[in-house]
Design a protein around this ligand. Sequence first.
Ligand code: 5GP
Length: 131
Amino acid sequence: MTGYDDNNIFARILRGELPCGKVHETDYALAFHDINPQAPVHVLVIPKGKFVSMDDFCRNASAEEIAGLWRAVGEVARTLGLVEGGYRILANHGGHAHQEVPHLHIHILGGRPLGPMLEGGDVPPDGTFTR
Ligand code: 5GP
C-alpha cells in the first residue's frame, strides 16, 4: 500500500468536513455507523492517527494508540448491546481483503446471527486444513 492520503473519506470525516452518524469518540478513536450496513448493527471504529491499514497501525502506532483503538471497539460493542448476543469484528487490509478506504477501520457487525465467517467458505488448494 502507498502512503497516507489526507483526502480519503475517513480523514475528511475526522476533520469534520463530512458528516457521520457518530456513535462514540475518544482521544484515540471515532466510531460511526457504516453508510452501507451489512447487518442491523454495522459500525466502523477508526483511529484518529493517520494509519493506512492494519499493517501500518501495528507497525507504527504507539502503545497508547493501539490500546485506545481496541478499548473503543470493546466499548462500542458493549454500548450497542452486542455482548450478550454476539458480534463480529473485522478489518480489511489491502487488495485481497477488498479494503476500499485507505484509513484503518474496524468493522463491528451484529444484531442478528451472522452466519459463517466467509460467505461460501473456502478450501485450501490441497483440500486440507492445518490446525
Ligand atoms: P472496507 O471495504 O474498506 O473494509 O470498508 C469500507 C466501508 O466504509 C464500507 O463498509 C463502506 O460502506 C463504508 N463507507 C464508505 N464511505 C463511507 C462514508 O462516507 N461514510 C460512512 N459512514 N461509511 C462509509
